[in-house]
Design a protein around this ligand. Structure first.
Ligand code: A2H
Length: 255
């Protein structure tokens, strides 16, 4: 756990098609034609090329917050309050919640995310370990570089029926984003196999794998994709972050 303030990059994932339950919940509350975004907070903006889905906590309650006439964000109340003091909403300190949705009712929603190789979009999926008290309560899924994400997506594909999802939503192609000397081009799948992690409940091994993947990726990693392909991750990370902010597809969020 980090001690100082965390400098996240918030990423805007535009809703293309609502899951039926969530769609019914927001109907009439968000103006026709306005854009709604799920907004994960990440410490690894340079990995966003590898997004294959986006996680919500199934039992977490999310708000739909108005940012302007044409833009709404799906995040936790807590994150909205923080954002209101960071100049992200029009009035300092003021939030405008137009609707509420439970994470579980959002599962299956189709979104498109910046930089992702999956340009046709990807799905909102459930992750039990999402903390309501961290970031926005929405987590981008990058199975190439996050052991937690790879373990979760593998479990979802294995038990698709149990989770009430379509198997193919959890089986989007995982492409190399970062090359590393020790763990190859797909560090997270490599480490999950190496540590024989069988499910997202293997929290001890996952913690270790996460630590190793993070350090190796950051200090030894080389970008394999995008505008900064061939550059060191350490160098590319702030550049990708700035691109996302400049294009309006992301913004700085801290807590
Ligand atoms: B990271 P820190 Cl590729 N609950 O983004 C659980 N996890 C959350 C969360 C929440 N409410 N909000 C954010 N996170 C995740 C990418 C990534 C991340 C990669 C590799 C490692 C990694 C794609 N998922 O994080 O406790 C988000 O996942 C490992 C540290 O604030 C976010 O960055 O340090 C990270 O945890 C923030 O964790």
């Amino acid at each position: 756990e980090a001690v100082g303030p965390q400098e996240y990059t918030a990423i805007k994932l535009k809703v293309k098609e609502w899951a039926p339950e969530a769609g019914a919940e927001i109907k009439g509350k968000v103006p026709e034609g306005a854009d709604v975004f799920f907004v994960p907070a990440t410490l690894r903006p340079e990995t966003m090329y590898g997004q294959t889905s986006c996680f919500v906590g199934p039992k977490i309650k999310y708000g739909v917050f108005k940012v302007s006439e044409s833009e709404f964000y799906v995040i936790t109340d807590r994150a909205a309050r923080n954002m209101a003091y960071q100049g992200i909403f029009p009035k300092n300190g003021v939030v405008d919640k137009v609707a509420e949705v439970l994470g579980s009712s959002c599962v299956g929603t189709l979104v498109v995310g910046p930089l992702s190789v999956h340009k046709e979009g990807f799905r909102i999926l459930p992750m039990e370990s999402v903390l309501p008290t961290k970031g926005t309560g929405v987590v981008s899924c990058v199975p190439s570089d996050s052991p937690d994400d790879f373990a979760t997506i593998t479990d979802l594909a294995k038990k698709a029926e149990y989770y009430g999802i379509k198997k193919e939503w959890a089986e989007l192609e995982i492409v190399p984003i970062i090359g590393t000397p020790s763990y190859g081009d797909l560090a997270a799948p490599f480490l999950v196999k190496k540590f024989k992690i069988a499910s997202p409940k293997d929290t001890k091994q996952l913690e270790e794998a996460k630590e190793l993947a993070y350090k190796e990726g950051y200090y030894q990693g080389i970008m394999k994709i995008g505008d900064f392909s061939g550059e060191k991750v350490e160098v590319a990370k702030p550049k990708v972050r700035q691109q996302l902010i400049d294009s309006g597809e992301g913004f700085a969020y801290s807590e």
